[in-house]
Design a protein. Structure first.
Lengths: 225, 225
């Protein structure tokens, strides 16, 4: 019997993630790993983003959930190709799950492959899925103290998206505190403030993603991180 | 070299949890494990609860966070005995962490030992800490679809507390949908709707907890679950 310890699993994951990234590059698909708490508004953000980038993003989505297909159904409703992964208890996606889901998509027809990770500010931090960049989504209603409490997930992200900014008048939430804490960890990363149901701020995020995609295609495939 | 697999770890955790529970019973402390997403309002709920049950609860708190002591500071500010556990990356508390934290508290002077778990709707579900009951906290801003997506954490809880009910007018949130989904999994468990910053609904929760505490002391220490 062989028993595989945690460190070895992570190493194996990193190898699969590199293979995923190579496959995305070969197909010209730009991959974004969207992480955040349950209910932070990841799916609603994707819906708004696809509306803002209509005709330019050519999106496909991998939905990660422990159970159910609520979010995948929402993607089908707006005619976005989608694969649902049910982790059946696992608290994050890993590169192997993504590899098997990608087989169900037409990568060559995909401009942006958006991976909506399981709602979790902790465990998703440790697993590279092969994405080109990671967005951390945090809603105003979660509070402005979250960078201090969950540093790892912010540390490894390339941009912060503060959702539900229209709720600010009803909350004790200081966006600047959150952004300052974030910039102490990741000084160059941009922070976007959006109200996805209204569409506020979403266009800026779409343009930034398109810019990053162009940069990736122009560059000679630089290594991530 | 010995390598311990996941199942064995859980079994060992259950044994420690039973020892914790026996120690709480011997000291007459009623232990509540409070779980929920980051930013669901667990700390604010505790603050409101202690105000509502002033003089009757004799609370002490164990705060579980990956890093920092933001929440423990808030407990000190209201003169509640508190121990901060920093999990340094781990996504949930386990019974061993709780056992070591309890050593820092005066259990004999404690009526209610409240454990605020790491913000996580997934990984906290699998670990019995030795509590007498578990409260699952979900804020209105997280959405009314969460029972379907994260069934395990709801399944093992003894009551649902819906926080931030004062935000309902600004959200697409149907509390009844959430409560119905919850009752399909745990038919007899009560659901409380609270706005902790205003105090709405908190007194009902405090009375229910006091009732449960009395029931536990009256009964001949029935086994949990």
């Amino acid at each position: 019997m062989k028993i595989v310890a945690a460190k070895k699993i992570l190493k194996f994951n990193d190898r699969l993630a590199a293979e995923n990234r190579a496959a995305f590059d070969a197909a010209g698909a730009f991959c974004v790993n969207v992480v955040g708490s349950p209910g932070s508004g990841k799916t609603t953000l994707l819906e708004a983003l696809f509306a803002a980038g209509k005709g330019r993003l050519r999106p496909a989505v991998i939905e990660g959930d422990i159970a159910g297909a609520v979010d995948a159904q929402r993607m089908e409703n707006i005619d976005v190709p989608v694969v649902q992964i049910n982790t059946e208890g696992a608290c994050h996606l890993d590169a192997a799950m993504v590899a098997s889901a990608v087989g169900e998509l037409d990568l060559g027809a995909t401009g942006f492959l958006m991976i909506e990770n399981v709602g979790n500010l902790v465990c998703t931090a440790g697993f590279d899925l092969g994405e080109h960049l990671r967005l951390i989504v945090l809603s105003t209603s979660e509070g402005d103290d979250k960078v201090v409490k969950y540093p790892a997930i912010f540390q490894g992200s390339h941009a912060l998206v503060i959702t539900k900014s229209d709720l600010c008048p009803y909350l004790n939430f200081d966006p600047q505190r959150l952004i300052d804490d974030f910039h102490r960890l990741v000084p160059q990363a941009p922070a976007f403030q959006v109200a996805a149901l209204r569409g506020d701020g979403v266009q800026d995020l779409a343009e930034w993603l398109l810019e990053k995609q162009t940069g990736r295609q122009g560059a000679a495939l630089p290594e991530k991180k």
